[in-house]
Design a protein around this ligand. Sequence first.
Ligand code: WQD
Length: 346
Amino acid sequence: MKQTILVTGGTGFIGSHTTVELINAGYNVVIIDNLSNSNADVVDGIEKITGVRPVFEKVDCLDYPALEGVFQKYPAISGIIHFAASKAVGESVEKPLLYYRNNLNSLINLLELMPKYDVKGIIFSSSCTVYGQPDPENLPVTEQAPIKVAESPYGNTKQICEEIIRDNARAGAPYKAILLRYFNPIGAHPTAIIGELPNGVPANLIPYLTQTAIGIRKELSVFGDDYSTPDGSCIRDFIYVVDLAKAHVAAMKRILDGGQEEPVDVFNVGTGHGESVLGLIKTFEEATGVKLPYKVVGRRAGDIEQVWGNVDKANKVLGWKAEATLAEALSSAWKWQQELRRRGIM
Ligand code: WQD
């Protein structure tokens, strides 16, 4: 029988791509989303790609009665993938209470409801931000690297949520949990039917870059070329969103098939390779044939100089590996930007 997975934040960037991969892998999906940073049309896109329409309920995870109503309506839910959260680093500094309330209470509500409705497992969207700037000898960073004091309330919510999941398991909660620490997710579905749709001026590199390439922005500012890296720009581990989505399917399968002994396990999800911002621009230009106007400006406050992941554990234990090249991921982001123009959205 098909298993049913609740995907919170399922109309968002990573949630929508994960829903597609879950459906492709034979799961039933129930999406909930409050649509605060996404659009219900995404459900049409998922149906177009997979031929299956996932259930969608407009529900806010902070609304406990409404959330409980979802478990009552869909009693077959056996696993949760919890994406729904506020995620803008800068905004979290300005509105910390919003971030703590939203990100912590949503998780607590789900964890409280899980045993009552016999939900076996939860996958939590964590972030490599928990490592801060790893010491040079700890690069590529493994799951054992020390957790550093968070640089922002957003980052702190990720750390605290990890602790909440662990403490609750220690207290005997009858679930299995997997914490996935994402590096920098980029790109869009190869069909260009779904992708990333940031509100307003993008803060993240790839949407700013593709908006510059298509002429919405005049030029990309590269934040610093005086770091202690080979070309002076920051280094990140850019992971293709479809590969990231597939890591969730592998993790959910591990939980539901009884393959995980530990109550809580943690995995880095990246490519295992670092690329610099300037290197990425070059790869984008080569892959798309588009010349990208950019200028080097000062460093961005709070930026980490370099981080990339050791992903051996996910490779071995989950049997998962990032497949796409950076050029392929960037080409998909460019195709998506052109599709947004075609649809008259941007
Ligand atoms: C990448 C690199 C910038 C924009 C953050 C969060 C993380 C995450 C993703 C969730 C950096 C440089 C960027 C620009 C630039 N989570 N850059 N010009 O900061 O690595 O990670 O977003 O949603 O938790 O911390 O990602 O895409 O902002 O930056 O030069 O216009 O690109 O300095 O080196 P970051 P990013």
